[in-house]
Design a protein around this ligand. Structure first.
Ligand code: NI
Ligand code: MN
Length: 228
């Protein structure tokens, strides 16, 4: 399995049989190395309804006939746009053909902003996503502030790889993300959701270096972690 970072909160997972993408915000993502029209995805996993996470979901899903897995209200909204969706909600897990997905809580907002009509469509609660495939568990925290139940998430799951936001302002900053990393007990922690915009500018290396022995790992845009 190959897990690759593409800037902001965009992460792809290539398994033996499936291509998955988390939060495919590509158009307007100043950091990314991929083009929406080239993305291949059987599955799109969405943490919440903000535009910098839903991103190019509609275009990618229509072209690839992807399954979109998202918190219920967001899934319903995208279903009305003609996408093939699987709604879930916090605390629920489901075994798919590509692996298991469980949604965790996240402390944040969730709404899709339709810029043209200046309308905000609320899309329920935001979530984090635990994805277990090929014997490994990946935790994509989505956008969240620090919360102490991360300890429980760490106790109940053996997380091999966690993607944690460090950008501050909208999410945890580096200091809170350091505590999150400790509580989640992930074997490896990769910072995300930083430096896409000036207000979330951060030094990911300073964050990674602040974590104990080899846990922190900065993935440059386009860089991968491979599990054998
Ligand atoms: Ni957000
Ligand atoms: Mn965000």
């Amino acid at each position: 399995m190959k897990v690759t970072y593409h800037g902001h909160s965009v992460v792809t997972v290539e398994t033996g049989n499936h291509q998955l993408i988390f939060d495919p915000f590509i158009t307007g993502n100043s950091l990314t190395d991929i083009k929406p029209e080239e993305v291949k995805a059987d599955v799109i996993l969405l943490t919440h309804g903000h535009n910098d996470h839903v991103g190019d979901t509609v275009e990618i899903a229509k072209r690839n006939h992807s399954l979109v897995v998202a918190p219920n209200e967001l899934a319903v909204y995208l279903g009305w746009k003609g996408l093939n969706v699987h709604p879930m909600h916090i605390g629920g897990s489901h075994q798919f053909d590509f692996g298991q997905v469980k949604l965790t809580q996240a402390f944040h907002g969730s709404a899709y902003t339709e810029e043209d009509s200046q309308k905000i469509v609320y899309t329920g609660m935001p979530a984090g996503i635990l994805l277990t495939v090929e014997g490994r568990t990946i935790f994509h925290a989505g956008d969240t502030g620090l919360f102490s139940d991360m300890k429980l998430i760490g106790e109940l799951n053996h997380i091999d790889l966690a993607f944690l936001p460090i950008g501050d302002n909208f999410t945890m900053g580096p200091e809170d993300a350091k505590l999150a990393a400790e509580w989640l007990r992930a074997k490896q922690v990769v910072p995300v959701h930083y430096s896409t915009f000036p207000v979330i500018e951060q030094d990911p290396h300073a964050f990674a270096d602040s974590l104990p022995g080899g846990v922190g790992k900065v993935l440059e845009v386009g860089e991968s972690i491979e599990f054998k």
